[in-house]
Design a protein around this ligand. Structure first.
Ligand code: ATP
Length: 499
């Protein structure tokens, strides 16, 4: 592990962002709890995601659906039969591995592996043995990643923890369509938990068994979907894209939307949404521009129902490379048609021109926890031996710190008075312990963008700086003086996010 990795891991634990669930009892692989600071950042991310993506259309809504689904739903969606990963077991100690990952760790592959025989051949050719005991590895097999459940006391009702939030939107589509304005396109977004019994969650917080997804399903008529978005407004916008045909480890090309349309023949609406997603990463999350890319999935790699699939990837310092944090999936009418068949209920709708159709779905899918990790990873710096989290102000766990220069001479009283006023509007943190330098350092480390100090000038009626405070900036260390009466407006201006 590099010094950076050690410092980053220490910072995450010490400052309470997240840690393993039940670590008192030795933990449970693939499960994590968020501490206070992690929870605040996650909530900020979710709020901003809702504000940004629900604003992409004027008929997009947020819903919440159950974590547990009956077996019939997941049978119809294909998850019971096909939601599998490749499991490889050690013949001696029974340790399990994800087959494709075992090979990716050894050699650079141009394409993800899915075929069991091909994976086994690689294991044999590369002489891969059990990492734990050196035993030989058995022939790979498919392993279903859902957590089964028995619901109720009779033992008859079988269910599963949902493996994705998306199913909630497909199941509620028809009711929402009728309850709302019977208008298309209609977007249904869900932020909620998903559960996958990952075979070997060895990448810490990145690959877990219980995680949060933020997904927007846009139900539309494919016939006129292109016309609904202003492609011209993004045509010259340059995208970071890695196409299947020019895959190179860790690289991407900058291609304008117009050019991408010409090279790939992708529909305009798809490229338009790619641009909106990249703008979310660049302009809102402020992920550095060289650290984000779209990664095209090949015919073999993408699920059979995805007609077009690009992953959203962030280059993680800690994980040494580009990793998936989301996906843009064009799913056609697969979802509504399989639930129509599975439930024997009509899900087609009559649209304005009289046609009765099953709507198609464009899915924007994000892993919230991976995005929180990406924010921490890309904003964590070590400068002069001190940690700084340079997270954008509207994503920071606290907006402002308030300190008295010293805990005496009424400085603390005045600082507390300011704190009590500000905390009604902002997330404010009061600190009077230790030197001012140490207090700045503590708040820099958790990403607080502004710190206010009440000093002797604040209280001195004869001083020109009477009734002003010092505001110190986390990133530049610059200090300015602001009137106490102007603090709310000043902070509001600095913290607001213009979508
Ligand atoms: P992976 O290839 O990493 O297993 P996936 O392609 O199966 O992920 P999707 O089914 O497209 O993932 O899910 C959408 C998003 O949910 C992913 O892009 C990712 O951000 C998140 N996600 C999926 N699986 C996990 C997991 N085990 N832990 C944390 N986040 C996950």
């Amino acid at each position: 592990m590099s010094d950076y990795d050690i410092a980053f891991n220490e910072f995450i634990k010490k400052r309470g962002f997240f840690w393993q669930t039940a670590d008192l009892y030795g933990g449970l692989a693939g499960f994590y709890d968020y501490g206070h600071l992690g929870t605040l950042i996650k909530r900020n991310w979710e709020t901003i995601w809702i504000d940004y993506f629900l604003n992409l259309g004027d008929n997009y809504y947020l819903i919440e659906s159950s974590n547990i689904l009956p077996e019939a739903v997941l049978k119809a969606s294909g998850h019971v039969d096909h939601f599998t990963d490749v499991l490889v077991e050690c013949s001696k100690c029974k340790e399990t591995y994800r087959g494709d990952h075992l090979i990716e760790e050894k050699i650079e592959l141009k394409e993800e592996l899915t075929d069991l025989d091909v994976i086994f051949k690689y294991i044999q050719d590369l002489k891969i043995v059990c990492d734990k005991c050196g035993g030989t590895l058995r022939k790979p097999m498919d392993f279903n990643m859902m957590f089964p459940l028995i619901v109720g006391s009779t033992g008859k009702d079988k269910g599963y923890l949902r493996p994705e939030t998306a199913q909630g939107a497909y199941l509620n589509f028809y009711r929402e369509f009728n309850a709302l304005r019977r208008k298309i396109p209609m977007g249904l977004a869900i932020i909620g938990k998903a559960f996958r019994n990952e075979i070997s969650p060895r990448q810490g917080f990145f690959r877990v068994r219980e995680f949060t997804q933020a997904e927007l399903q846009i139900f539309h008529d494919p016939k006129n979907f292109n016309e609904l978005f202003d492609f011209k407004s993004v045509k010259d916008y340059k995208m970071n894209v890695c196409l299947v045909k020019d895959r190179v480890e860790g690289e991407f090309k900058k291609i304008s939307c117009k050019e991408l349309l010409k090279i790939t023949g992708l529909p305009e609406f798809y490229i338009y949404h790619m641009a909106k997603i990249q703008q979310f990463y660049f302009d809102i999350l402020q992920i550095p521009k060289e650290k984000f890319r779209f990664y095209e999935k090949s015919d073999k790699e993408r699920a059979f129902y995805n007609q077009i699939h690009f992953d959203l990837e962030v280059n993680f310092q800690q994980l040494k490379g580009f990793k998936e944090v989301g996906g843009l999936h064009y799913r056609g009418d697969y979802d509504l048609s399989c639930h129509q068949k599975g439930s024997s209920k009509k899900l087609s709708i009559k649209i304005d021109d009289g046609r009765k159709i099953l709507l198609n779905v464009l899915e924007l899918s994000f892993g919230v926890d991976r995005n929180v990790l990406a924010l921490l990873d890309s904003n964590f710096y070590i400068e002069d031996g001190r940690n700084i989290l340079r997270i954008p102000p509207y994503l920071a766990p606290y907006h402002v710190g308030i300190f008295p220069l010293q805990k005496k001479d009424n400085l603390d009283e005045k600082a507390k008075e300011i704190y009590r006023t500000l905390r009604k509007k902002f997330r404010a943190f009061y600190d009077e312990v230790g030197s001012i330098g140490k207090r700045y350092a503590r708040l820099d480390e958790i990403g607080v963008p502004y710190c206010i100090t009440v000093d002797y000038e604040t209280l001195d009626k004869k001083n020109p700086d009477f009734d002003t405070v010092t505001i110190r900036f986390r990133d530049s260390k610059e200090q300015i003086r602001v009137n106490v009466g102007d603090l709310i407006d000043w902070l509001e201006n600095k913290i607001k996010l213009n979508l």
